[in-house]
Design a protein around this ligand. Structure first.
Ligand SMILES: NC(=O)c1ccc[n+]([C@@H]2O[C@H](COP(=O)([O-])OP(=O)(O)OC[C@H]3O[C@@H](n4cnc5c(N)ncnc54)[C@H](OP(=O)(O)O)[C@@H]3O)[C@@H](O)[C@H]2O)c1
Length: 269
């Protein structure tokens, strides 16, 4: 018996990147999936086909999370199609990577609309569809919520708000058997991390990636599958006593002191 057999999961931003990996992993674990995307319709259809090939039901829905008022109607359609919701993964995010002094009001508004306003709207729409059954809500935050990164000021602030909401929602929804947790990835190989490195930091991707790998205790970059495995655990029955937490998943990168040097560096001096 698969651990999520018969459950219905909604994953935002599942046409690409981490959201896609999360949707496929939850489907492998038995869940039917509603995947939400904004513009990558073809890629969303491919994810649906892959989920259906695993023997689960899947539906791709276009929804622009910059418009939180559109979230409720889309969850109604999910309710009509699947009859229930058990798992919500709020994964989608987008921003313009700019210094704070150059930020445009519309980017601040949109960044928060996607990550904060639409997260609240999704939870409000999903909880009635959980109908008293144990539910699981997972928000994808990011290391930028507490580690300052060039150009990430607005998104980092939105992610910090998400982590605060995780705690508030965990308190409110715990008595209903619904857990609410955050997952905070470090550098994960996706379109957006490459885009940020090349356009935000104006660095060549390969040497920047090698620097990160050298500084990361597990000696590699993160993958969507790494994040998906953690989300799958948080969505499982076994995680029922874990709530209100945001778990950092970064291969150990942020635990390392700047004074640290690998032993071979020291011996070559
Ligand atoms: N990659 C990293 O290193 C990293 C690190 C820390 C945290 N994170 C967080 O992890 C999450 C996923 O990141 P990722 O790298 O996988 O991102 P990505 O590759 O850029 O994918 C973003 C996904 O979000 C969707 N999306 C964007 N704007 C949307 C909107 N307005 N409405 C609905 N959907 C929208 C996209 O859909 P369309 O393609 O259809 O537009 C796409 O499916 C984000 O919350 C990000 O902040 C990423």
């Amino acid at each position: 018996m698969k651990p999520l057999a018969g459950r219905v999961a909604v994953i935002t931003g599942a046409s690409r990147g981490m959201g896609r990996s999360i949707a496929l992993r939850l489907a492998e674990d038995g869940a039917h999936c509603a995947i939400i995307y904004r513009k990558s319709a073809e890629q969303a259809r491919e994810v649906v086909s892959q989920i259906e090939a695993l023997g689960r039901r899947a539906l791709a829905l276009a929804l622009d999370l910059r418009e939180p008022a559109q979230v409720g109607p889309v969850f109604e359609r999910i309710g009509e199609a699947f009859g229930r919701v058990d798992i919500v993964v709020a994964n989608a995010a987008a921003t313009a990577f700019r210094p704070m002094l150059e930020q445009k009001e519309h980017n601040v508004r949109r960044t928060f609309a996607i990550s904060v306003d639409s997260f609240i709207a999704a939870v409000q729409a999903a909880v009635p569809l959980m109908a008293g059954r144990p539910g699981r809500i997972v928000a994808i935050s990011g290391v930028d919520s507490h580690q300052t990164m060039a150009g990430h000021g607005v998104l980092g602030a939105a992610k910090a708000a998400v982590e605060s909401l995780v705690r508030a929602l965990a308190l409110e929804l715990g008595p209903r058997g619904i857990t609410v947790n955050g997952v905070s990835p470090g550098f994960i190989e996706t379109d957006s991390s490459r885009f940020y490195t090349e356009r935000g930091l104006k660095r060549d991707y390969s040497p920047a990636a090698l620097e990160l790998i050298a500084a990361t205790p597990v000696g590699r970059l993160g993958t969507g599958d790494d994040v998906a495995a953690l989300v799958a655990y948080l969505a499982s029955d076994g995680a029922g006593f874990l709530t209100g937490q945001t778990i950092l998943i970064d291969g150990g990168l942020t635990i390392v002191s700047p004074l640290h040097r690998p032993a071979e560096d020291l011996s070559s001096r």
